[in-house]
Write a protein that binds this ligand. Structure first.
Ligand code: CIR
Length: 256
């Protein structure tokens, strides 16, 4: 059960956030704030208390708090983002993490290792970590040592075509895995029930398992229907402004 979530308000500078989706246009900041309000309310409906951190103009991508830490029931890992403009974001989160974890249970990924939380997918006692443009071999080595020390197992997954692991594959509980693109048919995930999300709805792979509910992004009716048919209670949340800078639902919070 998740009890807590941490989010950070988007800053006006999000208009210059890193993006591979510029064809979608620039985010509308006022609408992004409204969507962020809705995101917080949606998280609350899943039974968590949400800590809302203030916006930081200096870091355009800092609303994507998922990337700067990995929070587990046994300890916290402060990451080291691979994107140069995002490295400083980790210092902003540490004092918040310290409110929830003892110092002895807080670990750090250090140079030359890089890890971004969007590349980390928790499935019970196992963590999958994507080797991507943002998370490198050395980062995976450090992450594995830390997580194995906590008693978890870690499996590395190649990520070649997309930003983060969870942009393309997501675990929604009950052995159900949403898969798209390069992850379709991958041996690593063969023990799960694979549910293929077509390219035209690929953004909705990043749906979010929160306690007994799944939060699905607004505007992806086939994925929504498929998840409902699996028997889940769903909540829908519009994250279209964040999508314009490559952000999905999971990126916008830390959940633990
Ligand atoms: C970035 O490129 O870093 C941001 N514009 C988007 C980060 C998305 N985060 C995530 O998938 N966990």
């Amino acid at each position: 059960m998740f009890k807590h979530a941490i989010v950070r308000r988007p800053s006006r500078s999000m208009l210059s956030g890193i993006t591979t989706s510029s064809y979608l246009g620039k985010p509308d900041f006022d609408n992004a704030l409204r969507q962020h309000d809705e995101y917080i309310k949606t998280l609350e409906k899943t039974g968590v208390t949400v800590e809302v951190l203030e916006a930081v103009e200096e870091y355009p991508d800092s609303c994507f708090v998922e990337d700067v830490a990995v929070l587990t029931p046994k300890g916290a890992v402060i990451t080291n983002p691979g994107a140069p403009t995002r490295k400083g974001e980790v210092e902003l989160i540490i004092s918040t993490i310290k409110q929830y974890y003892d110092d002895k249970d807080i670990y750090r990924i250090t140079n030359p290792g890089t890890v971004e939380g969007g590349d980390v997918m928790m499935v019970g006692e196992r963590f999958y970590i994507g080797k991507s443009k943002r998370t490198n071999e050395e980062g995976i080595k450090q992450f594995t040592k830390i997580l194995e020390g906590m008693g978890y197992s870690v499996v590395a997954v190649p990520v070649n075509k997309i930003l983060h692991l969870k942009t393309g594959v997501d675990y929604i509980g009950n052995n159900n895995m949403l898969v798209s693109g390069e992850f379709i048919g991958m041996d690593i995930f063969e023990s799960y029930e694979n549910h293929i999300i077509d390219d035209n709805e690929a953004y909705a792979v990043n749906s979010l398992l929160m306690n007994d509910k799944i939060i699905v992004p607004y505007g992806f009716p086939s994925t929504l229907e498929m998840i409902q048919k699996l028997g889940y209670e769903t909540l829908v949340c519009d994250s279209s402004e964040f999508r314009k800078i490559d952000g999905g639902l999971s990126c916008l919070s830390l959940r633990f």
